[in-house]
Design a protein. Structure first.
Length: 71
């Protein structure tokens, strides 16, 4: 996906340390980790869902037609 070398990672860490400060940095990292974990879980859940079959969609459309004609 992304390839960062060691010097690039060190520069990013130093910038994050300056921006957030040493006290907030663990909290930011923890929140970022939880966000990534939740995103992965939601993506995996979406991939495992069974897509709606076309027959089901057709039946739903057929069921709606008679009720619309009665109005």
């Amino acid at each position: 996906m992304f390839s960062f070398s060691m010097p690039e990672l060190i520069v990013i860490l130093i910038i994050a340390l300056v921006v957030f400060g040493p006290g907030k940095l663990p909290e930011v990292g923890r929140a970022l980790g939880k966000g990534i974990q939740e995103f992965k879980r939601a993506a995996a859940e979406t991939m495992n869902e069974e897509p709606q079959r076309p027959e089901t969609a057709k039946m739903t459309a057929q069921e709606k037609s008679p009720t619309e004609e009665k109005k």
